[in-house]
Design a protein around this ligand. Structure first.
Ligand SMILES: *Cc1c(COP(=O)(O)O)cnc(C)c1O
Length: 395
């Protein structure tokens, strides 16, 4: 990590670097493991064996006693496979899908795609803290509802959804539940059997593994059509020669992340809380999104009124601080975050959002640096902001 020493990286919800243990693991894999796991000679059988060992280890770490863990090309593919796979395979029961207004685009755009194919989608609203409204969910379930897809924790705000209650409501009506748990896996201890969901998406690069590899858990007896057709890999649910190195590295990353997830979470929470308290007390007209809800302990989403998130980011970058505004996928577009809008944050304030997300290598020094730099940036930007002047006049 030496080459990042002078950078304060606070964007772990966008992606993480590789854990040192994962780098070591990958080094041991690069040369010997070139064989195709589907071939029929010794080195292939060994690759296949290692692949299945990685699957078994991940299942154990995730609390999966039965059902499948399908390896995919990442979180977006897992979300696509879960939603399209269930939708296509269960059309005889119905074509209605329920999701929420705050999902990642991997879920929202998949649903929009299905809508064009004749499926009907209902978006459950959230309250002002970003929590899905359970009474609305109950009312929305119909006879032809085949799937409820609601994320476990939001990537922008860190707000955690009441999954146990969502599962309970769904089970009463016999509806399948998928959750995008990409932001939760590696951060919180998890037992998927106990959680009771039918499908769950995860992605290695959000827990110190490689980009471009992930997995989808599918409970026993859930009907699922493949969306990538070809060979019979992954029980015929996902064709394509497996990313052996990426998958073995993912199993290692999961092991390393979960080993001290609880303590690391508490450590990051201290840093996050210090950052939030420091920013709120030094920057007038600012507030934290989702502060009143159960949140991931690494995530801070702050609104700083009357300035643009993008201009704050540029100034932070000039000071070697990496953060994000809205989500990484929407930055570059000028639309404010759909997550914040769904929480009732006014349009003009949603533009002024910043997300800081902590990880393993962050220290108190990093927090101090942001607390030293950001209030000054805000002062400079507000001094040039007509909106800020305007607000002073009306107050
Ligand atoms: C990052 C992320 C994804 C996408 O995962 P990729 O592996 O980058 O495709 C999906 N959902 C959430 C909540 C995420 O944070």
């Amino acid at each position: 990590m030496n080459k990042y020493k002078d950078i304060v990286y606070l964007d772990h919800n966008a992606t993480t670097y590789l854990a040192p243990e994962v780098i070591e693991k990958i080094k041991t894999l690069l040369e010997p493991n070139f064989a195709n796991p589907s071939s029929l000679y010794g080195i292939s059988l060994r690759a296949k064996e290692e692949l299945e060992d990685a699957r078994a280890e991940m299942k154990k770490l995730l609390g999966i006693s039965s059902g499948q863990l399908i390896f995919t090309g990442g979180g977006s593919e897992s979300d696509n496979l879960a939603i399209k796979g269930v939708a296509y395979a269960n059309q005889r029961k119905g074509k209605h899908i329920i999701t929420s207004a705050i999902e990642h685009h991997a879920v929202l755009h998949t649903c929009e795609n299905l809508q064009k194919q004749g499926f009907e989608i209902t978006y459950i609203p959230v309250d002002d803290q970003g929590v899905v409204k359970l009474d609305e969910l109950k009312k929305t379930i119909r006879k032809d509802t085949v799937l409820i897809s609601i994320m476990y924790a939001n990537n922008e705000t860190g707000v955690i959804q009441p999954m146990a209650e969502i599962v309970k409501i769904a089970k009463e009506q016999g509806v399948l539940v998928h959750t995008d748990a990409v932001q939760v896996i590696g951060k919180l201890p998890i037992n998927i059997d106990e959680l009771g969901v039918d499908l769950l998406s995860l992605s290695a690069h959000k827990f110190y593994g490689l980009k471009g590899v992930g997995a989808l858990y599918v409970k026993k007896r859930v009907l699922l059509d493949p969306i990538i057709n070809g060979g019979e890999q992954e029980n015929g649910k996902r064709a394509g020669t497996e990313n052996v190195v990426g998958i073995l590295a993912m199993a290692e990353a999961l092991k390393v992340s979960l080993k001290n997830a609880k303590d690391e979470g508490l450590r990051e929470k201290k840093l996050r809380d210090k950052l939030e308290n420091g920013l709120l007390s030094s920057i007038p007209e600012s507030f934290i999104n989702g502060k009143g809800a159960d949140r991931l302990s690494n995530t801070c989403n702050i609104i700083i009124k009357y300035i643009e998130g993008e201009s704050m980011l540029l100034h932070l970058d000039a000071n070697n601080i990496c953060a994000s505004s809205g989500s990484a996928c929407t930055s570059g577009s000028l639309d404010p975050s759909h997550v914040l809008l769904a929480m009732g944050v006014p349009h003009e304030f949603a533009h002024g959002s910043l997300r800081f997300s902590f990880g393993k290598l962050n220290t108190e020094e990093d927090v101090n640096k942001v607390l030293e730099v950001l209030p000054k940036i805000i002062k400079t930007l507000r001094a040039m902001s007509p909106l800020w002047d305007e607000s002073k006049k009306t107050n």
